[in-house]
Design a protein around this ligand. Structure first.
Ligand code: PMP
Length: 349
């Protein structure tokens, strides 16, 4: 297996990181005339803490890691992009992805001129471990696994994830954006065990903070140091850090939201399964449902005309005639179902 030093792009390994005066000095200070801020103002006139120490302190107990193992970014999308730039040389290296899966892995790869080698999931939306491991070569640096997977909604078997982490000679990223809706354990438990593992989580889904843009990469301290080296110095703004810190003081709302969303998800499953054009509702460990229907495009268009936007995934590999529906509020789901029932009555049996 290659060492971290062998996997990192040499230019990243050798580059010097941006250093701010505030991280250079040691000790206590009361007057800061180092960063050309407007010193007259008193709120939001200062740059944020580049390493978000206070916020990370509040996150530590949630993920049972210490802050040296936590990177915070402008959404987990930032972490996806930084991973590619740390490990893959444009025009030369490759990533492995398992479609159908989250679209940003491919977008970020394209943006950075990195080849994306796709090894499709099987009919149960599980990885074909042997095929994935057979596809690796000296150019494949990162394997992206999304669990629960978007857009299919299922957990990837933990056993298969572990086989991939053990067998892949590179960085394995497990994207757990939807993990809080799942009953399966998080792969964070393996961070101490596998030096090539990076787990992504986000505050955009169960935490209800998509608008503030906050995501995280969790990994061993050596990998987190690389993130800190390449990230824009002030990538998480003061408003975001403050708001998230406030929300983390009381976890009751978070827990209640998750419980309510899961109840609504089950209700939606019951209701959707009674519709005659619904062929299949895929098992979901997330806050959305993938359903196979007759004539997905028509249903999608019909809902748009009703002012309801869902995600048409019917052109995606292995998602023929599939629609992805986010679990809404009780009221939103009721309107959706009312419209779908009305649509159902218009089609011939
Ligand atoms: N991973 C997955 C699987 C997602 O579905 C999303 C958002 N749709 C993200 C990552 C990105 O999340 P964010 O940038 O909001 O943290």
């Amino acid at each position: 297996m290659r060492t971290l030093e062998q996997l990192v792009c040499p230019h990243i390994l050798n580059m010097e990181a941006y250093s701010s005066a505030r991280s250079e000095f040691k000790g206590k200070a009361s007057i800061f005339l180092d960063a050309n801020e407007n010193t007259i103002r008193t709120t939001y006139n200062r740059y944020p803490d580049p390493l978000q120490a206070n916020l990370k302190q509040a996150i530590e107990p949630l993920v049972q890691l210490n802050q040296e193992q936590i990177f915070l970014g402008n959404g987990s999308d930032e972490a996806i992009d930084l991973l590619m730039r740390i490990f893959c040389i444009g025009g030369q290296d490759a990533i492995l992805t398992l479609p159908p899966t989250y679209g940003m892995y491919n977008v970020s790869a394209s943006l950075n001129a990195i080849k994306n080698i796709e090894i499709p999931l099987d009919a149960n939306y599980q990885p074909n471990v042997a095929a994935v491991l057979a596809a690796q070569n000296e150019r494949t640096k990162i394997l992206f696994i999304c669990s629960p997977n978007n857009p299919t909604g299922n957990d990837v078997d933990l056993e298969k994830i572990e086989q991939l982490i053990e067998g892949f000679d590179g960085i394995v990223v497990v994207d757990e954006a939807y993990i809080h809706f799942s009953t399966q354990a998080s792969c964070v438990q393996w961070i101490g065990k596998y030096p090539n593992l990076v787990v992504l989580q986000t505050f955009s889904k169960a935490w209800g903070m998509a608008g503030i843009r906050l995501g995280m990469a969790l990994a061993n301290a050596e990998i987190i140091q690389l993130f800190n080296k390449v990230k824009p110095p002030y990538n998480v703004n003061v408003l975001t850090q403050e708001y998230a810190l406030g929300q983390l003081q009381d976890l009751r709302i978070f827990k209640e939201d998750v419980a309510n969303i899961l109840v609504e998800r089950e209700e939606l499953i019951t209701q959707l399964s009674a519709l005659k054009f619904v062929i299949k509702i895929y098992p979901s460990a997330a806050n959305f449902l993938l359903i196979k229907v007759e004539a997905a495009n028509q249903i999608y268009q019909y809902l748009v005309e009703q002012g309801i936007i869902i995600r048409n995934r019917s052109r995606v590999l292995l998602c023929d005639n599939c629609l992805r529906i986010t679990v809404g509020t009780k009221q939103e789901n009721a309107v959706l179902m009312q419209r779908l029932k009305a649509y159902s009555k218009t089609i011939l049996v």
